[in-house]
Ligand binder design. Structure first.
Ligand code: NAD
Length: 268
């Protein structure tokens, strides 16, 4: 059994991850860290009262419980502190929290390259298999249709904008796109044309009722191509989270995104 602790265990994603771990055959949920509901039993919260895992607000709980892997679904403001702590205490970490910058990824890589550090890290802004495929199909389409904008739509509690998935999709498109395309920039209302990431416009919608949705719209002469992914339920992320938690122990260093873990054929 792989001993796992969840950081942000009482959040929307954290509780679902706790449930997925408890229901799995190869994981043992041994620690739950959160700044809320401290002392309460996470087993009770996920409808499994026999599972006795009290919530702690101390990361040290991961060591006491001999967790080998930590899974972080917290907040962009605190995730880097958690990652630094896990690396310095030789705990492998799977990071689902979004909002990590390129500079922070470089910092993680640097920390991991230090020989004294023995843990591995997987950072994935989106654990839904369909979202990984959306990025891949977008990369292919970008070779033929260079004009593109992205609309991402999320629930109204999301802390960051644009979404990590939208930024990762831009990066994937930029790897394949041969020529730059600049749409018109003129705005009579500031922000009406969205924000620009590496030359690609991203439009962020936040509304109650949404979960996580991305639309990559390519434009060409007399045609458009829309590649859309919808997570209609947070359970869509669980197979990817568990896959990453299995893989993190044997993938040295930093892995970004779920795509390297999938046995996808190379793009033609
Ligand atoms: P949430 O607000 O419901 O949960 C966050 C939890 O973290 C809360 O219980 C909060 O108390 C806890 N927390 C915050 N700061 C803490 C700290 N310093 N120490 C301990 N616990 C702390 O948020 P959510 O909807 O579960 O999302 C969490 C993160 O996951 C967000 O960044 C979100 O964008 C991201 N997310 C990623 C994916 C993915 O596939 N990678 C999918 C959905 C959401």
């Amino acid at each position: 059994m792989i001993r796992v602790g969840v950081i942000g265990a009482c959040g929307r994603m954290g509780l679902m991850v706790c449930r997925a771990l408890a229901d799995s055959e190869d994981f043992a949920l041994v620690a739950a860290v959160d700044r809320s509901k401290v002392g309460q039993n996470v087993g009770q919260m996920i409808g499994n009262p026999e599972l006795d895992v009290p919530v702690s607000d101390e990361l040290e709980r991961l060591l006491e419980a001999k967790a080998v892997v930590a899974i972080d679904f917290t907040h962009p403001d605190v995730v880097m502190d958690d990652v630094r702590w896990c690396i310095s205490h030789a705990v492998h970490v799977v990071v689902g929290t979004t909002g990590i910058t390129q500079e922070e990824l470089q910092e993680i890589e640097k920390l991991l390259s230090d020989e004294a550090h023995e843990s591995n890290v997987i950072v994935a802004p989106n654990f839904a298999l369909g979202a990984v495929l959306m990025q891949r199909f977008s990369a292919l389409a970008a070779r033929y249709l260079p004009a593109v904008e992205i609309i991402e739509l999320h629930h109204d509690q999301k802390a960051d904008a644009p979404s990590g998935t939208a930024i990762a999709t831009v990066s994937r498109i930029r790897q394949e796109r041969g020529e730059d395309w600049q749409g018109p920039g003129g705005e009579s209302l500031q922000g009406a044309r969205g924000g620009e990431v590496d030359g690609i416009r991203i439009h962020s919608v936040r509304l109650p009722g949404l979960v996580a949705h991305h639309e990559v719209i390519f434009g060409g002469q007399g045609q458009t191509l829309t590649i859309r992914h919808d997570s209609t339920d947070r359970s869509s992320f669980m197979p990817g989270v568990l896959m990453a938690a299995r893989a993190v122990m044997t993938r040295p260093g930093l892995t970004v995104g779920l795509e390297p873990l999938l046995d996808l054929p190379p793009l033609p």
